[in-house]
Design a protein around this ligand. Structure first.
Ligand SMILES: NC(=O)c1ccc[n+]([C@@H]2O[C@H](COP(=O)([O-])OP(=O)(O)OC[C@H]3O[C@@H](n4cnc5c(N)ncnc54)[C@H](OP(=O)(O)O)[C@@H]3O)[C@@H](O)[C@H]2O)c1
Length: 335
């Protein structure tokens, strides 16, 4: 379907502060909310480092960003979130590029409802792409976030979750964080996929719940350490991006029903207001969630702040998330 018009983004965009002298690192900028966010902070004057896996989409999107923002300092770093080795290599390049410190790390990239296959590291492809690799990247870059926070009194980690965190059980389960990629329930029937149910969707929902639980756990650890680094999370409602196109191509969604559902979506720009609020607004606080509402019907509208939710912001879930994630990346994440 044609891209919906942006209803709120133009006025939201005009109220954003300057990002001059800020360094922003962001994953997944070849399309969708990440592309909008990278362009916006670059226009606002930030130095921007985009992390994408190698592809034509990556090359052409960076050419587009460079053409749109000729006066901005822009860098691209190759990073495939399906591989911990690739993330570690990318992190070491980012450290060289950003020795001054990182003001904002936006863990935006994601995939949805992919088949039940293991990554090279043995984990579920959705959990590794959407959560584990961002956990690893954040741990690697934390010293640079701390450096910026010491200098400016503020640095931010921004995660990107979803309304999907709400379904179906609201309980993060250890098995989806374990090294059982490819053995987590198969791909589901055509009917299940057409109805957005079944194991592909459960794995996606768990990965988006993990994004929120990571934010809650990181927020508590940063507070306990008296850090000036903030941990925030956003969701984009239902946004018309490349995400659904990939899921249709991968057999996870019927194209007819998807087309009908996407009539109710908002533009990628409107969807990006959540992460941009977390990245840019001076009054966005650690432990806040930004999105067009907190309920399951919050699929479009202005991004507003709400509190992290008790079904993942509790001691057991925070501990489960942290311990399993450190186990997955086989290293300690020191805050
Ligand atoms: N659109 C929605 O309605 C919606 C709803 C809820 C949450 N979200 C979340 O919003 C975030 C952004 O998604 P979007 O909607 O903007 O979708 P999108 O247009 O498909 O963008 C996703 C980005 O993630 C990148 N990516 C995927 N796999 C990767 C990998 N292995 N390594 C590096 N980058 C990878 C993609 O790059 P490639 O070009 O390499 O694939 C792309 O740049 C995701 O976390 C998603 O879960 C979206």
């Amino acid at each position: 379907m044609a891209d919906p018009d942006s209803k709120h983004f133009p006025s939201f965009r005009s109220g954003l502060p300057s990002m001059v002298d800020k360094t922003v690192v962001i994953t997944g900028t070849t399309s969708g909310t990440g592309q909008v966010a990278a362009r916006t902070v670059a226009e606002l004057g930030a130095k921007v480092v985009v992390l994408n896996r190698a592809s034509d989409r990556s090359r052409t999107s960076f050419e587009g960003l460079s053409a749109d923002c000729p006066d901005s300092e822009l860098h691209q770093v190759e990073c495939d979130l399906q591989s911990f080795d690739s993330v570690r290599t990318a992190a070491s390049q980012v450290k060289e590029l950003c020795s001054e410190g990182i003001d904002v790390l936006c863990n935006n990239a994601g995939v949805m409802a992919l088949a039940d296959i293991a990554t090279v590291d043995g984990f579920d492809i959705q959990m590794q792409t959407n959560h584990f690799s961002h956990f690893l990247l954040t741990g690697e870059l934390m010293p640079l976030l701390e450096r910026a926070a010491e200098g400016n009194g503020d640095a931010r980690v921004v995660n990107h979750s979803s309304v999907a965190r709400l379904s179906p059980s609201k309980k993060l389960q250890a098995k989806f964080l374990s090294k059982q990629g490819g053995q987590l329930g198969g791909d589901g029937s055509r009917l299940q996929n057409a109805m957005f149910r079944g194991p592909r969707w459960l794995r996606y929902n768990q990965s988006k719940l993990a994004n929120a639980a990571f934010t809650a756990a990181l927020h508590v650890k940063l507070q306990e350490a008296n850090s000036n680094v903030r941990a925030l999370v956003a969701h984009p409602g239902l946004s018309n991006t490349h995400l659904q196109k990939t899921s249709v191509k991968e057999g996870a969604m019927g194209s007819l029903l998807t087309g009908m559902i996407m009539r109710f979506s908002q533009s990628a720009e409107d969807g990006a207001m959540g992460i941009l609020s977390c990245m840019c607004l001076p009054n966005a606080q650690s432990g806040q969630f930004y999105g067009p509402g907190s309920g399951a019907a919050a699929i479009k509208g202005k991004a507003e702040p709400f509190d992290l939710e008790p079904f993942y912001d509790n001691a057991d879930t925070r501990r489960l998330l942290w311990e399993e994630s450190e186990g997955a990346i086989a290293s300690e994440f020191a805050v």
